[in-house]
Design a protein around this ligand. Structure first.
Ligand SMILES: *[C@@H]1O[C@H](CO)[C@@H](O)[C@H](O)[C@H]1NC(C)=O
Ligand SMILES: *[C@@H]1O[C@H](CO)[C@@H](O)[C@H](O)[C@H]1NC(C)=O
Ligand SMILES: *[C@@H]1O[C@H](CO)[C@@H](O)[C@H](O)[C@H]1NC(C)=O
Ligand SMILES: *[C@@H]1O[C@H](CO)[C@@H](O)[C@H](O)[C@H]1NC(C)=O
Ligand SMILES: *[C@@H]1O[C@H](CO)[C@@H](O)[C@H](O)[C@H]1NC(C)=O
Ligand SMILES: CC(=O)N[C@H]1CO[C@H](CO)[C@@H](O)[C@@H]1O
Length: 936
């Protein structure tokens, strides 16, 4: 039936003169008719049928390509609108943005046409989704090349902007034929409100074979003839008189109401039905319909009952008024049926059979998705337009979550709109000055503009971002002073500011030279140094010194620190002001190592490289000494890599190397002593009985994340740890976490490589990211994956591989429980429920996001640090028993990383078929009505 209905519409749009064309042209200037795929310079045209102007679509979208449908599908009577389409081969979501003129709205009728017509020569009609703004609207399922499809919705439009987005769901390239927008009077369709729209199923006129639309219908609704079931079942009747409409709610045109059907004899009912269409996105949509009646015969004695699926849906006898529209409609949507049959049964004393003039059927569309906060939208849009960002920056920036713009981190509140929390525009080729629009993103926590060609000075507006905790401006061509407010924030430890005004260090080849001490040394700086060059230098130095020392012999037995080599190659940018900017490395002889460890008396650890010993320096400082054994699997290479790395990087969350020994036979590294051992031992090992609290766990997670973030972002070239695991996270007496074991560390090259390939797989089973296992390609997301596994262990206290009874990864174990909303079944029971539930959900969500199969879907460590900070804040509020700063709560109540929404409401359809299911209202001139629901 639908197919026929649609084909009729094609005819309608193609045949000039089918309708009586009235004199008024473009009466409603606020109508917008867009013929998609017209050439950019086309002036548009006037539709012969409606006399409405159609324009091209160039002003409404800036992506996609124009096509003509294949000539074999063009018929002589076909309207122009069907001749061209615009298709969107690139990107998942592509949008049309329409700002209607005037003060129309907020309710609109929005209509999209699709006809494939083999425009791409592939003979393969696609299936894709269409969204109205941030809300799923319908799945467009094109089943044949010559099949026109019409998708129409009546909806409330936010903020005066209509966005229609086509989403590629992997079943072909989305395209569109035309798009129309008709503003509706606010009183029309009372079922439509901000959270509920109506998707058209059918809009039909009975007793006619003409189509009615604009100008007969002032809103350009299209009323199609209802196809008769059997030629003899219905009797068509009509009048030449005007049918009056006093109903503010529907305004059915007289041309529609003037015709009707009755059953052929008074004793048989008038029946018609439609099937519920199951939807990909929400299982059983609710339905809402309107039945329109008007008596066309003077002095008729006509009365009937209205039933739906056999149940009386209007509790009175229906006696339509003469030449005046009556409407019976559903205010609340009806759920739970596969098929809806309306039956009109005459009463016993009725001399005439039942009558019906018109019907509209809609499925109800939840429009509960909330768009991003308007101020953030205009700010990021301004940024996009200024720098011509070439990403998927289309449609709403943050919503729906799965289509959030690349490079944006959004905060999703329990109530209120999503907001922009982070912006990563690193390496995007941005040029020009820094846009002041960044300053309008009031909730921004981190902003990464590194590795671009930005020029000019740092705008003052950035210092007004009160939530900003990280600002990376490195490797640009910025000049001028840092605004004093920003500088102060950074000095006070509220902001991590990365800034260098020497962008060419990496490429001009002299990067191995340690930077001259800057006169303006207030600003923490880190400098690019290719690791290879450093390696060579350090090796040379080490060799030189060893030779010198051998000449000197072991004259001194004292173990005084000897500041022979100063590695000031890299500076820490962390907020810990105590950490010195210069790292002094001590070199020890083997004899000294023996003294330090009291002849290797107490073993405190054991690894592939050999043993770790307890020891004391001369000044009483306790240290850990890692000695490479002869039989070590870990080669000299790894040992040296670790030594070089630790010599030049320094961060409060990376274990500190105090010194080293490297003579012909012996390699040893001397570290700060971490009295509480490895995290692993606290979760499942020898410190098992001292249960870590949730706050302690979060702090450990956050500090480890900071250590990794420093490797990824603070070091140049970036470093990948490759062996992140709970046994490589060490805790000191204050339970501060530090990452250890850098033997497998790998550096990226300087030239913005996205990954490095390695010859062999290293790492620890259960922590290795899937793509590294299969392709041996490394990115910093490899570490993010391992960190996700660590975080899951921290939350659950479970090992990374569980045996119950089949071996299963911790990721899968957690996913299964969380998808059932079972967070309590996941949290380490040893915490006895002493934790903020939102904080745990959020942490678990972060962990799962980190262990996504696709590296691109994993967050960066910077994002992880920020998110874990929010977890800590939630937990600390619980501990204090206080209430949260409301703005923060909004940002963190629902986690941007988590795909598990614990607030998800059970959307299962109501299956109760109680009598009030079909509760209807009636509008009209109904003198006989004394009781029952009457609107207005
Ligand atoms: C409108 O009618 C004119 C004259 O019959 C015809 O040339 C033109 O192609 C028609 N336009 C459309 C859009 O069908
Ligand atoms: C598309 O329509 C065809 C034919 O009606 C149907 O078999 C198929 O399941 C539909 N696909 C989707 C994704 O709705
Ligand atoms: C819209 O209407 C539905 C159904 O009557 C109702 O549940 C919902 O609360 C309404 N929303 C608003 C924002 O009024
Ligand atoms: C409906 O169409 C038929 C031919 O298809 C025609 O004979 C008849 O007059 C039409 N009826 C109306 C009401 O236009
Ligand atoms: C209406 O007619 C149908 C079909 O004859 C019948 O099944 C149904 O019970 C009738 N309903 C009422 C309320 O009379
Ligand atoms: C036209 C018509 O149906 N008239 C009456 C028939 O009987 C019912 C109740 O028995 C009345 O409510 C109608 O008004």
């Amino acid at each position: 039936m639908v197919a026929r209905w649609l084909l009729q519409l094609v005819l309608l749009l193609g045949l000039a003169g089918v309708l009586q064309v009235h004199g008024q042209v473009d009466k409603l200037a606020s109508f917008i008719t867009i013929d998609c795929g017209l050439p950019e310079n086309s002036p548009g045209y006037m539709d012969n049928v409606t006399k409405l102007r159609a324009t091209g679509d160039a002003g409404f979208t800036n992506t996609g390509t124009n096509h003509n449908i294949s000539t074999e599908y063009i018929t002589p009577t076909m309207g122009w609108t069907w001749h061209t389409v615009r298709s969107f081969p690139i990107g998942v979501r592509n949008c049309y943005t329409i700002n209607p003129v005037g003060s129309a709205g907020p309710n609109y009728l929005i209509r999209a046409f699709f006809m494939y017509g083999n425009y791409d020569g592939l003979d393969s009609p696609p299936i894709f989704d269409i969204y109205l703004g941030v809300n799923y609207w319908k799945t467009v399922n094109i089943t044949a090349a010559d099949m026109p499809l019409i998708v129409e919705v009546i909806a409330y439009v936010y903020g005066g902007t209509v966005q229609v987005c086509l989403v590629n769901t992997g079943s072909g390239t989305p395209f569109i034929t035309s798009l129309a927008l008709r503003p509706l009077k606010t009183t029309l369709y009372p079922q439509v409100n901000a959270t509920q729209g109506l998707v058209l199923i059918t809009r039909s006129s009975f007793g006619t074979n003409k189509t009615v639309r604009y100008p007969d219908d002032a809103y350009d609704r299209v009323w199609l003839p209802w196809t008769k079931p059997h030629p003899d079942e219905w009797l068509e009747i009509s009048t030449a008189e005007n049918v009056e409409d006093n109903l503010e709610s529907f305004e059915v045109p007289s041309a529609v109401m003037r015709t009707a059907v009755t059953s052929a004899n008074a004793s048989s009912p008038v029946r018609f039905s439609w099937d519920a269409v199951r939807n990909a996105n929400y299982h059983v949509p609710g339905y809402s319909w309107m039945l329109y009646f008007a008596e066309l015969q003077k002095d008729a004695v006509r009365g009937f009952y209205i039933t739906t699926n056999g149940e009386l849906s209007y509790p009175h006898v229906m006696t339509p008024a003469y030449l005046a529209t009556d409407a019976v409609f559903q205010r609340k949507p009806v759920h739970g049926f596969d098929r809806y049959e309306i039956s009109l049964n005459a009463t016993a004393n009725s001399t005439l059979p039942p009558i019906i003039n018109a019907v509209e059927v809609f499925s109800v569309l939840p429009t509960t998705g909330v768009p991003t906060a308007a101020q953030d939208v205009s700010a990021v849009t301004a940024v996009r337009d200024k720098y011509r960002v070439k990403k998927n920056w289309m449609g709403d920036p943050c919503a729906p979550r799965k289509f959030a713009w690349d490079g944006l981190s959004c905060g999703y509140a329990l109530s209120g709109p999503p907001t922009v929390k982070g912006l990563n525009l690193s390496s995007m080729g941005l040029s020009g000055n820094i846009s002041s629009s960044f300053g309008d993103l009031k909730g921004l926590q981190y902003l990464d503009l590194s590795r671009n060609n930005l020029t000019g000075s740092i705008p003052d507006t950035l210092s007004q971002l009160s939530s900003l905790t990280l600002l990376d401006l490195t490797r640009n061509r910025l000049t001028g002073e840092i605004p004093s407010m920003l500088l102060k924030k950074s000095q006070d430890g509220f902001l991590t500011l990365r800034y260098d005004n020497n962008p060419d260090l990496c490429s001009n080849g002299n990067s191995c030279v340690p930077p001259k001490k800057k006169s303006n040394s207030m600003v923490p700086v880190y400098v690019a140094i290719p690791i290879v060059a450093v390696l060579v230098i350090v090796l040379l130095l080490v060799l030189l010194m060893c030779m010198r020392r051998r000449r000197q012999g072991t004259a001194s037995n004292s173990i005084k620190p000897q500041n022979e080599t100063r590695f000031t190659l890299s500076h820490s940018w962390n907020r810990n002001k105590d950490s010195s900017l210069q790292l002094n490395n001590q070199r020890f002889t083997y004899e000294e190592i023996k003294v330090i460890t009291n002849n290797f008396q107490r073993v405190i650890g054991q690894g592939g490289f050999g043993k770790v010993y307890d020891g004391f320096l001369e000044n009483g400082t306790q240290v850990a000494v890692k000695l490479r054994s002869e039989s070590s699997a870990q080669g000299v290479q790894e040992f040296l890599v670790e030594a070089q790395t630790l010599a030049k990087i320094h961060h409060k969350n990376l274990v500190t190397m105090i010194g080293y020994c490297n003579d012909r036979e012996h390699l040893a590294l001397v570290y700060e002593y971490m009295s509480e051992g490895a995290l692993h031992e606290h979760l499942r090992g020898r410190h098992y009985d001292t249960t870590l609290t949730w706050a302690q766990r979060l702090r450990i997670a956050q500090e480890s994340a900071q250590g990794l973030e420093y490797l990824h972002k603070g070091c140049n070239p970036p470093l990948i740890h490759r062996d992140v695991k709970t046994s490589n996270i060490l805790l000191n007496a204050n339970l501060e976490a530090k990452i250890a074991d850098f033997g497998l560390l790998k550096a990226f090259n300087c030239d913005d490589d996205t990954h490095v390939s390695t010859a062999r797989l290293v790492g620890t089973h259960g922590y290795i990211a899937p793509e590294y296992l299969t392709t041996l390609q490394l990115t910093n997301k490899t570490d993010v994956y391992s960190f996700g596994v660590v975080l899951l262990e921290i939350v659950t206290g479970q090992p990374r591989i569980l045996n119950n009874p089949e071996p299963s990864s911790i990721t899968k174990w957690v996913q299964e429980r969380l998808s059932q909303g079972n967070i309590e079944g996941v949290v380490d029971a040893r915490m006895h429920g002493e934790h903020d539930i939102n904080s745990v959900w959020k942490a678990a969500g972060i962990a799962l996001k980190c262990t996504e199969q696709t590296p691109a879907q994993r967050p960066t460590m910077t994002e992880v640090v920020v998110q874990l900070q929010e977890c800590l804040k939630l937990e600390s509020v619980r501990c204090k028993g206080g209430s949260m700063d409301p703005e923060f709560y909004m940002a963190s109540g629902s986690d941007p990383f988590s795909s598990y929404n614990r607030y998800a409401t059970n959307q299962s359809a109501s299956t109760s078929h109680s009598n009030d299911v079909f509760e209807v209202e009636r509008l009209g001139r109904v003198p006989t009505m004394t009781t029952g629901p009457v609107a207005r």
